[in-house]
Design a protein. Structure first.
Length: 332
């Protein structure tokens, strides 16, 4: 056990979400608990780290936006510069994967940055928020978690921000990394990192609010009208959430190619695991056709994360060639 002077310093930033919610029966729960309230539930962690809590907001995570996470990234840098050995962020699980990946793109730190939350609010039996927070603090304080990039810790598993996703509306096991699996886990109060990403996510400078980037889902039967509707206003880029390995109806291929000649259009998949293909299907609307028309493959990134990466790149003034190169690296 570390002496008080030897314990690593960890900063907790609380953003609200289910982990911080309270409410009366029948009226629904709302975010009320602050960072110090959350720490009260895990007093035994005082032997692991010196944890300082800061309450950033008390809101459901659907209210968060790009500027909020950019400001949070600044606070994380300041905490690390001030001596924090690691940082934990608590927020709602609805957009936890987006926050984790945005921070991964905005930060270039060796120190662990861990995002966590809860699926069950504190009023429910078996609420797992304290356990998730305890595991997250252990990971943030662990030298084994350095140089991983931003991670999400849920259900005692450590997930890379690039891969983690919420795949269930209410189970405590909702989070997983279907394309790659977890990087590690917490067991018997130990942090075990079994795998490390081959390459860190690219770091992108925040230069203010990015231009509008829309997400176009490819639905059964196709919907060319949705494409036209989404492109009526000013538009910086588009992410196509295609079916299968990156496919769309042939009737939409021409319009997507025309759009890709004007703005960056990224081809992702709705499947939830795996990566977009590049050279398998040669029919009209297949990935060979769409990539040949100028669309940019998202690789292992799902459509939501591809939108975040494209938005930041456009906000930073990246050219189409730079965007294509960055997506190639981000998929490594």
């Amino acid at each position: 056990m570390h002496s008080p002077a030897q314990r690593p310093r960890v900063t907790l930033f609380s953003l609200g979400g289910t982990i911080s919610m309270e409410g009366a029966a029948g009226s629904g729960v709302v975010p009320k608990l602050d960072a110090n309230d959350l720490l009260v539930g895990i007093p035994h962690l005082a032997a692991v780290a010196q944890v300082a809590g800061e309450t950033v907001s008390k809101a459901p995570s659907v209210e968060l936006g790009f500027a909020d996470i950019a400001a949070l990234a600044d606070r994380i840098r300041a905490a690390v510069a001030g001596g924090a050995a690691g940082v934990v962020v608590t927020q709602g699980t609805d957009t936890l994967e987006e926050t984790a990946y945005l921070l991964d793109l905005l930060l270039d730190l060796a120190e662990p940055v861990v995002v966590t939350g809860a699926m069950r609010d504190p009023t429910k039996p078996g609420a797992e928020g304290p356990a998730n927070l305890a595991a997250a603090i252990r990971v943030a304080a662990s030298p084994a978690a350095r140089d991983l990039g931003v991670v999400a810790v849920m259900n005692d598993e450590v997930h890379a921000a690039r891969y983690v996703a919420k795949r269930h509306t209410h189970k405590t096991s909702a989070f997983g990394s279907e394309s790659a699996g977890p990087l590690g886990w917490v067991v018997e109060d130990r942090v075990r990192i079994a795998f490390r990403p081959a390459e860190r996510s690219p770091t992108i400078a925040w230069k203010g609010a990015p231009p509008r980037v829309v997400l176009l889902p490819i639905v059964f039967g196709g919907d060319l009208q949705s494409l036209h509707d989404l492109t009526r206003g000013p538009l910086g880029g588009m992410v196509v959430e295609a079916v299968g390995g990156g496919h769309a109806p042939s009737a939409m291929a021409g319009a997507l190619g025309d759009l890709a000649a004007k703005i960056p259009v990224v081809l992702a998949t709705r499947v939830g695991a795996g990566e977009t293909l590049t050279k398998t299907y040669g029919y009209g609307g297949g990935e060979i056709d769409l990539l040949g028309r100028g669309l940019i493959g998202a690789g292992v990134l799902d459509a939501r994360k591809a939108r975040l990466l494209l938005s930041l790149l456009l906000g930073a003034g990246a050219s189409r060639e730079e965007i294509a190169e960055t997506f190639a690296r981000a998929s490594a």
